[in-house]
Design a protein around this ligand. Structure first.
Ligand SMILES: *Cc1c(COP(=O)(O)O)cnc(C)c1O
Length: 390
């Protein structure tokens, strides 16, 4: 981290720091896993998993991304408005009321409903365009898509509609991160059969793709024409199994500046419910201006550390909506490092990320909460300003 390169927000002493060089590094790691001819689709839904979709998209484009994937029409429009000109895939079929906006913004929806394809074609004809769509195939996840054994009938009818063009065929795996998994093998087989069916009808399936991050790493035989990489771009692993295989760099840090330092008397409580009490004299309580409304989940209260100058400090008391407190125990600080600096108002503290030789990972937070790293980074998109490091 080179602090001089950062432009810190004027109005708030708490921010999400996104290291775009880490994103570029991670994207290169994944591109190196695929053949030169395999397209690379960077998945930037949910505002780039909380990292800023347009900035992430531009970083990925600079290292060779061909396409971007989002979850909603509005996410696609937002990327267009920020100057992204590459194809943008919407990973689910949007409501039929959005077809005009889809065509106007040259978005490529996932599709599995014939009425939707028809309406999309009409909208395209109305704007003198041809709308591309990708056919979603349900190979077993039971979420979206044409059932794998009905794909033939679907494409035959869809081919007769005007104003539209089949740009690709894809599916999504439910268990790609499990080694030698029977469900994966079944989904993969059903997908290959669906693609074969389309080709046997003399219909061009367009770009064939099915790999998310774990499948891209663990199943090169499934890369087809394109891979769709999400979580790995952000330097996070979809499961422990990929850890030894990839050198990824966590792109997100969460930092804040101390707004207040006090030395309460022994016995005083801290925060709502006073779930922590000062047990020794000399202990200081420092306040940081971010809370659960910013993504720092309240069940983490009294269970996490923060980092200051490469040292760990215990978070104490219940995390509030907009603030939380941590404990500065001078005895502990002295034991850890003899020339420990006192914590003062304005000092920068790391909530997630690296400070000196210490790191607080997104995964450690996810583990404490019994969830996956995906959910943690998405949650920090809520309110904190973003600071991008090139
Ligand atoms: C979110 C998503 C991806 C990306 O998954 P990661 O595990 O983050 O790589 C790929 N494809 C579809 C359909 C998705 O919904």
């Amino acid at each position: 981290m080179v602090p001089e390169l950062r432009e810190l927000p004027n109005n708030r002493w708490a921010w999400v720091e996104v290291d775009l060089s880490a994103i570029r590094h991670n994207a290169r790691v994944f591109k190196d896993l695929t053949h030169g001819s395999t397209r690379f689709c960077a998945v930037v839904k949910a505002n780039g998993y909380g990292h800023g979709a347009a900035q992430v998209a531009r970083a990925c484009k600079s290292v060779g991304a061909d396409m971007f994937a989002v979850a909603t029409v509005d996410e696609g429009i937002s990327l267009r408005n920020q100057g992204i000109e590459e194809p943008i895939l919407i990973l689910a079929q949007p409501p039929v009321t959005s077809v005009d906006a889809i065509v106007a913004n040259d978005l490529t929806p996932a599709v599995y409903d014939l009425e939707f394809v028809g309406r999309l074609g009409q909208a395209a004809l109305g704007q003198s365009k041809v709308a591309q769509y990708h056919l979603a195939v349900d190979t077993g996840m039971d979420r979206i898509g044409v059932p794998h054994d009905e794909v033939g009938e679907f494409v035959v009818v869809a081919e007769r509609l005007s104003g539209i063009e089949l740009g690709g065929v894809f599916t999504h795996f439910a268990t790609a991160e499990k080694p030698a998994d029977w469900d994966f093998a079944m989904q993969f087989k059903r997908f290959r059969e669906a693609v074969t069916t389309i080709k046997s009808l003399d219909i061009d399936p367009g770009i064939v793709h099915c790999c998310n991050t774990p499948a891209t790493v663990l199943h090169p035989e499934a890369h087809f024409d394109m891979v769709r990489v999400g979580i790995g771009l952000y330097g996070l692993h979809p499961a422990d199994i990929t850890r030894s295989k990839l050198d990824l760099r966590q792109a997100m840090s969460v930092r804040a500046r101390v707004t207040r330092v006090r030395e309460p008397a022994v016995g005083e409580g801290v925060g709502y419910g006073m779930t922590y009490r000062v047990m020794r004299s000399g202990i200081q309580i420092a306040t940081l201006p971010l809370g659960y409304a910013d993504g720092l989940s309240r069940p983490l209260s009294n269970r996490i550390d923060v980092l200051y100058e490469g040292r760990r400090f215990r978070q104490v008391g219940n995390i509030c909506m907009d603030q939380f407190m941590f404990e500065v125990d001078p005895a502990l600080a002295l034991a850890q490092r003899s020339r420990a600096k006192p914590v003062e108002v304005g000092d920068e503290v790391t909530v997630i990320g690296t400070s000196g030789k210490e790191t607080i990972t997104v995964d450690s937070i996810a583990n404490l909460l019994g969830t996956i790293n995906y959910e943690i980074v998405c949650a920090f998109d809520n309110r904190l300003p973003k600071v991008f490091v090139q």
